[in-house]
Design a protein around this ligand. Structure first.
Ligand code: DC
Length: 226
């Protein structure tokens, strides 16, 4: 029997990666965070001093980008030309670069085979924006995990506040709406729900309930089948 792929797509801030990581751990599946790959390319572009709007400059950097994914205790680490950049990619600045580079067709093409190959070697739960629509259109389980912009902004605002960052709720909401707009309106592989994806709206449910819901959807589709 082949390996099982679960595609989880949705906008930023819906709790996708936390939910996906936890669900993968409970199922014993490999969790693949594709956003980290776009972020690593964004970091490479940023470090070269290239603008996120300079498409030709971004494309020119690609031949120098060598990405490796490793797993340590189930946690995904991403290496850019041998350097572990798993922490360096988690900044608001790199999130903006990631959003820009992800709109470039050559960047998406560059990552496509890597992402597809990862699904050939193990049971995986892959999270991103176009996994169910473009990368793994035949995945037996597709989930579109979302929440209202306000609910996502509220969670993000509390997170940032706990870290001591001074930012207003309106600024956070504005950032989220802007990223949604960019991710949903780009020409190549825009964020959208696959026709055969199950919609899971987490606006009014807890993290634990979201994880349970994802596990239930997966079990209904694959685990319970003989
Ligand atoms: O999920 P994230 O915030 O780490 O993603 C970073 C950026 O990469 C985000 O702007 C959307 C983009 N992305 C994408 O276009 N396709 C994916 N499969 C994953 C992320």
């Amino acid at each position: 029997m082949g390996y099982i792929s679960v595609a989880i797509d949705g906008p930023s801030g819906a709790g996708k990666s936390t939910v996906a990581r936890a669900a993968a751990a409970r199922l014993g599946y490999v969790y693949v965070d594709t956003g980290a790959m776009y972020r690593a390319i964004g970091l490479a572009v940023c470090r070269k001093g290239i603008s996120g709007d300079d498409t030709a400059g971004i494309v020119a950097v690609l031949p120098e980008v060598q990405l490796d994914i490793r797993y340590e205790d189930g946690a995904q680490h991403i290496l850019l030309c041998g350097e572990d950049v798993s922490d360096a990619i988690r900044t608001p600045e790199i999130a903006k670069y990631a959003s820009k580079v992800s709109a470039v067709p050559e960047v998406r093409q560059f990552l496509l085979e890597t992402q597809r190959d990862m699904a050939k070697n193990s049971n995986i739960l892959m999270d991103g924006r176009d996994i169910g629509t473009v990368i793994l259109p035949d995945a037996p389980v597709k989930i579109f995990l979302t929440a209202s912009a306000e609910a996502r902004a509220q969670r993000r605002y509390l997170e940032l506040h706990e870290k001591g960052q001074s930012i207003t709720f309106d600024e956070v909401l504005h950032d989220i709406q802007q990223r949604d707009e960019q991710d949903m309106t780009r020409a190549v592989a825009p964020l959208k729900q696959a026709a055969d994806a199950v919609l899971l709206d987490t606006s009014d449910i807890s993290l634990e309930q979201s994880i349970e819901a994802v596990l239930r959807i997966i079990r209904e589709r694959v685990e319970d089948k003989p």
